[in-house]
Design a protein around this ligand. Structure first.
Ligand code: AMP
Length: 114
């Protein structure tokens, strides 16, 4: 069996996280190394490694992540706007092989990203 990712361990309650939102299908928690005043990680509870691994049967779960992101943004009052980012694969710098969306807010964000 492949070793659990750090995010799967958070889902399973094996390591702590500052959880800001949870429902049947997903979890949102604070990034341990924030790159902005607000930096959340939003993940599906289903184990999907990356965008490259999304299958047709995952569509409902992946779509649901955006409903959750919107709910979290409203809950945290991110009225100034926010950025949603996902890294996929080596060149993007993806470190954790469990699909996740970064939600960044609280400062003016540069574009294009590095
Ligand atoms: P990525 O490079 O897109 O794979 O991003 C992984 C993100 O997960 C990074 O921003 C890390 O700071 C974050 N991270 C890693 N371990 C933890 C953890 N235990 N709790 C919260 N965030 C984490």
């Amino acid at each position: 069996m492949a070793e659990k990712t750090i995010f799967k361990r958070i889902i399973d309650g094996e390591i702590p996280a500052k959880i800001v939102y949870e429902d049947e299908h997903c979890l949102a928690f604070e990034d341990i190394k924030p790159a902005a005043p607000t930096h959340l990680i939003v993940i599906p509870k289903r184990e999907i490694a990356s965008v490259d691994d999304v299958k047709p049967e995952d569509e409902a779960v992946v779509g649901h992540l955006f409903t959750a992101i919107r709910a979290v943004a409203a809950k945290l009052g991110l009225t100034g706007g926010y950025r949603v980012v996902t890294n996929c694969g080596r060149d993007s710098g993806q470190e954790v092989m469990h699909l996740h969306f970064h939600v960044l807010a609280g400062r003016r964000l540069g574009w294009p990203p590095g």
